[in-house]
Ligand binder design. Structure first.
Ligand SMILES: [Zn+2]
Ligand SMILES: [Zn+2]
Length: 786
């Protein structure tokens, strides 16, 4: 995404007006020459040529470069050495990536609207968004900037934060973004400091203090006054504060007493000017990637950038000095609790890798932090330019996912529905809860055919644990030591013989193998695995065998659809079937945080969820205790629904009675998953597509390993024969079995009928029926017992 240069220039000329007023004159949009004329004074010319040695800094002239060369290379920051990686004898890690706690969101900002492919490039209606992933504001900014020039929708955005640090980031930056009279250039620089820099310069702090300090103090008074007349027990009640600038960016923040106090105290506390070096070093030692790994997979410039970040945590061009940054950023410097864990890991993962690396023109080509800083400033400037064209309304809430239905009851009660819901990778952690909290809030396809719920799979595409997948992984491990495919031999020949303990020398080769892993195939095995995604439903204690996965059946009215908003495999260096990444691409990918493959799934809502059903599932997922709390909140929900139903029935009795009954039947059927799906809803096209890929991959695997498979097949046939004999002896169920097979085929071909009682392997007899021998035998058991 490239903001149009014309708009950008227009905005910077405005910025110059502000300069002439003598306000906020320190911000600039070009990179400063990295040479220091004297120990106190940096050359103020614009940098145009990159340092030939490191490409991390740039200079205005050859002269400056020559003068500085000794200095800047001598002043490289000594790295901290966290523990070396140790591998036990014979141990081969499942994947080569360093996995560790990170404070930052571990997937990039995403265009959750994609108007061109959905509502249209000229859309100017209303759109409501609910964003639940960490630091959700970035998606809003990114989406608005990515919007086609011709589109002009009214956006109403709800942002949920689940951590006080991210909440402070969001709150402070919204306050600054909504200042419509300040210079956009300066606002952009401040916002980037709020988001990322561990410490602020005096200039940053006084800008914030001047423009929003008093607002925060007033808000504090307002909140104290409101809760003063309340009981201790009423502190759980939320107070909503309205902030921002009308006709530009307005936002309200709805929090309980404790969260309000934590949030405002962060800013209002006296900043302690103590050193952060110790706590940062501790964090690096605990969570940082060990240096022996870093040296194997990072280029030397990337290593230098990482070391600088670990030390000072200031997001700025590499050549600039951090010495003026002395005031702790309240977002990361919590009262009494120290730094949030994993904060010294790189924040680069919050934005798209390709866009930051490709940001230009930027003279210091390898300076990722400088690029990111400029990339973000430019994005913020463009975002504010859009606000002038069309205001945005935002709502900020803070709660856990499980508290969402209790936190915003009015949304569930009044059906204030959303056109996009970004769930992020909460789907990995508790998929069923995601559906429960979000599916009722998604707008029905009947109202907006493009309404989409977005869920991200990171862990879930990696955690495959079935026989076929294990076999593939074993093969991959053999390739580490012995001959594999030509590209791999060329880029990273084996560095160790089999039998030697795994060492970091194997990392580059392991990483290429990891990239080349057929992720579609692997993710299918996980996403269509009934054991993982076959949810139990209310009343089901322990099902005899897992249910069909929700990726096939849908859940609470939500059904998986073809991706139209987000690329399925967005940010990773993803191989196409014949893709050949270069060594440079590989190194970039290998040195980017959160390199794990991630896959976006999209869902639409094909049927509304009744209040009764919602509460029933809520109880099932959340427990009776929670339900009791919610029942008071949603008490009249059921009653109102009954009434509404009665009214409708009275009104429409004469019109289309039959049709209505029919539709009602279908809805119920869809709930129980035991009849035909509502008309016009073919079974999940994405599943079909993925299945085709799965079949393709299976075919390839089969050819590779024919002998073994043949053997297996023979064994299976033998087994089958014995079983059929047994079956015949039990003289029953044969017909039923045939019927079921027919249904399986129908499902694969996307027939509109959903098979009765959804047998677990509706996907493909050839492939997924073999997913798990266990399941098969349990089904046989069931079969036998009927
Ligand atoms: Zn250099
Ligand atoms: Zn210079």
């Amino acid at each position: 995404m490239d903001p149009k240069d014309a708009d950008y220039d227009a905005d910077s000329s405005q910025a110059e007006d502000s300069y002439s007023k003598g306000e906020e004159c320190e911000s600039r949009l070009d990179l400063c020459c990295a040479a220091w004329r004297t120990p106190e004074q940096q050359c103020e010319n614009t940098a145009i040529i990159s340092c030939k040695k490191c490409r991390l800094v740039a200079y205005c002239s050859n002269e400056c470069m020559a003068n500085d060369l000794k200095d800047h290379h001598a002043s490289r920051i000594p790295p901290w050495y966290p523990r070396r990686t140790k591998y036990e004898d014979g141990e081969v890690p499942d994947h080569p990536l360093w996995e560790s706690t990170t404070f930052w969101a571990n997937y990039p900002a995403t265009d959750v609207l994609n108007l061109a492919k959905n509502e249209g490039s000229e859309y100017n209606g209303c759109l409501r968004l609910l964003l639940l992933g960490p630091f959700a504001l970035r998606h809003v900014i990114y989406s608005v900037v990515a919007m086609p020039e011709t589109a002009n929708p009214s956006l109403d955005v709800t942002l949920r934060e689940n951590s006080i640090c991210h909440l402070v980031r969001t709150f402070l930056s919204l306050l600054i973004l909504s200042l419509d009279t300040v210079n956009s250039l300066a606002a952009a620089e401040i916002v980037v400091d709020v988001w990322y820099s561990a410490k602020w310069s005096d200039w940053t702090y006084s800008f914030i203090e001047k423009h929003v300090g008093q607002k925060i103090r007033n808000l504090y008074q307002e909140i104290q006054a409101w809760y003063k007349v309340k009981d201790e027990s009423e502190r759980k009640l939320c107070y909503t504060a309205s902030l921002g600038t009308p006709d530009y960016l307005t936002f309200d923040v709805c929090l309980d007493w404790h969260t309000w106090t934590d949030l405002l105290d962060c800013y209002l506390q006296e900043p302690e000017l103590r050193s952060m070096v110790g706590p940062r070093a501790k964090d690096v030692i605990k969570w940082g990637e060990p240096l022996d790994r870093v040296f194997r997979t990072f280029s030397s410039s990337r290593t230098a950038a990482l070391m600088k970040w670990r030390l000072d945590g200031i997001m700025q061009p590499h050549g600039e000095s951090a010495s003026g940054y002395t005031i702790p950023n309240p977002a990361f410097y919590l009262l009494g609790t120290g730094l949030p864990e994993g904060i010294t890991n790189e924040p680069l993962s919050e934005w798209p890798m390709k866009e930051i690396l490709g940001y230009g023109p930027y003279p210091a080509e390898d300076d990722v932090y400088g690029k990111m800083n400029f990339y973000l400033r430019r994005m913020v400037i463009f975002f504010r330019a859009r606000l002038k064209k069309k205001p945005i309304t935002a709502h900020v809430i803070a709660c856990g996912l499980k508290d969402l239905p209790g936190h915003i009851p009015m949304y569930y009660k009044d059906s204030r529905l959303y056109d996009r819901i970004e769930v992020g990778n909460w789907f990995d952690i508790y998929a069923q809860l995601c559906f429960l909290a979000c599916a009722p809030l998604l707008r029905n396809v009947g109202e907006n055919p493009y309404a989409t719920m977005l869920t991200l799979c990171r862990q879930s595409v990696i955690q495959v644990k079935d026989e076929e997948a294990e076999k593939q992984l074993e093969l991959e491990k053999q390739y580490l030591y012995g001959p594999a495919f030509p590209l791999l031999e060329k880029l990273a020949p084996p560095r160790q013989a089999a039998g030697e303990p795994y060492s970091t020398a194997l990392l580059p080769r392991h990483m290429i193998l990891f990239i080349y892993r057929n992720w579609s195939w692997f993710s299918c095995r996980s996403l269509f695995n009934p054991k993982i995604y076959g949810f139990t439903l209310p009343g089901e204690k322990k099902p005899q065998h897992p249910r069909a996965p929700v990726t096939v059946t849908g859940y609470l009215g939500a059904q998986m659809k073809q991706n139209t908003v987000v690329d399925g495999w967005g940010n990773t260096l993803w191989h196409s079937e014949d893709g050949k990444p270069t060594m440079e691409e590989l190194m970039r990918w290998a040195s980017w945080p959160a390199g794990k493959p991630q896959c976006w799934l999209e869902w639409r809502k094909v049927r509304d969820v009744t209040a009764g059903e919602f509460l029933e599932h809520l109880e099932w997922v959340q427990g009776t205790q929670t339900l009791r709390i919610f029942k008071t909140l949603y008490g009249d929900l059921g009653a109102r629904e009954e009434e509404k139903k009665r009214e409708e029935e009275n009104g429409e009795r004469n019109v289309g009675d039959e049709e209505k009954n029919e539709r009602k039947g279908e809805d119920e059927a869809a709930v129980n998953g035991d009849k035909s799906a509502p008309e016009g809803m073919p079974l999940n096209p994405l599943a079909k597509k993925m299945l085709m890929r799965l079949n393709f991959a299976m075919e390839a695997a089969r050819q590779q390993d024919k002998a073994a498979l043949e053997e297996e097949k023979a064994a299976r046939e033998e087994e089958k024969a014995t079983r059929e004999e047994e079956q015949a002896e039990r003289n029953g169920g044969d017909e039923e079995k045939d019927e079921r097979n027919g249904e399986d085929e129908a499902a694969v071909n996307g027939d509109e009928s959903v098979p009765r009682r959804m047998p677990m392997n509706t996907l493909s007899k050839e492939t997924l029926m073999r997913l798990s021998m266990e399941m098969k035998s349990s089904r046989e058991d069931e079969h036998g017992s009927t």
